[in-house]
Design a protein around this ligand. Structure first.
Ligand code: FES
Ligand SMILES: [Fe+2]
Length: 351
């Protein structure tokens, strides 16, 4: 069962970083799917991603210089274009030949959408297609609207355990307790929610949020929420009130098969939230850090390779995650389309 490592899924776009972190003329480094990436923004504002290793003597390219067109390696000045092809070797003298067309560092499909940079990891070098032709789009907000809040913490766990935490309805009473949140959390109450299959995963069907829930009052009246979970590790919450809307995305991006970057991102329609951003960012961080600490502790146990359990209905969604993931792999193996294996269901638990 789920140990320290998870199988990494290919054929998906992964959220690499917020677009705001990639400034023109600068190079950013990030590790995704065990692959070191250098991400840059060209003069025309487009973004690109290359393997962050110089094919000459392996120094990461992000230490080099970028003039908006080509990257100059910091070691011997070889230059690479945004497709990863070597276009110049300064040490060559007249008459000395090198076949530059054979010198490349791999390029990855890379797009910016709604202020996030997504990188595609193919199975066999194929171009993104079908449902994954483009990176996922968040509801409500337009393609050029960047999120107002972003927070990322590195988790010492595989994407499976990060995903389980994401869809775990019963840990909050024990993990997310603060004087300002769930102070009497141990008073568990019965919960019942409807779920149905959705694209590449499932969703908790839209339901009203009780009007006494203060945090949601700013959205107006009749506040309702819908939460969807989909491969390769996205939780999208769409909260609508009669005045405002909020979209929350949690993206779990594999750094390696046992390390995960957990991104928490919000798009908010109220324009007046700017002064509250530092406080909101702080609270997001506190919350996410509680999850980070718990998986860090869990790691101590997982190191002994124990058998672990998933129980109904609290862990049913964790089971669904494994089923949807298995189906994704089976469909690719059998060269057939993905068929969602889930059925509509009501889940009940105490939390
Ligand atoms: S290591 Fe990059 S140019 Fe030599
Ligand atoms: Fe949590």
């Amino acid at each position: 069962m789920q140990g320290l490592k998870a199988e990494l899924l290919r054929g998906f776009w992964y959220m690499a970083m917020p677009g705001a972190d990639v400034r023109p003329g600068k190079l950013s480094h990030v590790m995704v799917m065990g692959e070191p990436l250098v991400i840059g923004r060209a003069k025309d504002n487009s973004v690109f991603a290359l393997r962050d290793i110089c094919p000459h003597r392996a120094i990461p390219l992000h230490y080099g210089k970028f003039d908006g067109e080509t990257i100059e390696c910091c070691y011997h000045g070889w230059r690479f274009n945004q497709q990863g092809a070597c276009v110049a070797i300064p040490s060559l003298r007249e008459g000395q030949r090198a076949d530059l067309s054979k010198i490349t560092t791999p390029a990855f499909p890379c797009r910016e959408r709604q202020g996030l940079i997504w990188v595609y990891f193919a199975r066999d070098g194929e171009a993104p297609s079908g449902a994954e032709a483009e990176p996922p789009a968040m509801p409500i907000f337009a393609d050029d609207v960047a999120p107002q809040l972003h927070c990322m913490l590195p988790f010492s766990c595989s994407t499976d355990h990060a995903a389980f935490g994401l869809m775990d309805p019963t840990h909050a009473a024990y993990v997310h307790t603060s004087w300002w949140f769930k102070r009497n959390a141990r008073k568990l109450r019965p919960k019942e929610k409807q779920f149905e299959p959705a694209e590449l995963g499932w969703k908790m069907v839209r339901h009203q949020i009780p009007p006494q829930n203060l945090a949601y009052k700013i959205l107006g009246r009749n506040v309702s929420t819908e939460i969807s979970y989909r491969l390769p590790g996205l939780r999208i919450e769409e909260v609508r009130g009669d005045r405002h809307q909020v979209v929350g995305l949690t993206a779990i991006t594999p750094v390696t098969d046992e390390q995960t970057a957990v991104h928490q991102i919000f798009w908010l329609s109220p324009k007046w939230v700017a002064p509250f951003k530092p406080l909101m960012r702080h609270l997001m961080r506190v919350f996410l850090d509680q999850d980070r600490v718990v998986v860090q502790r869990q790691r101590e146990g997982l190191m002994t390779s124990p058998k672990v359990m998933l129980i109904n209905d609290a862990d049913t969604q964790a089971r669904w995650w494994m089923r949807v993931k298995d189906e994704w792999e089976a469909a690719a193996r059998d060269k057939r389309p993905f068929v969602n294996p889930l059925k509509p269901m009501t889940l009940r638990w105490m939390s």
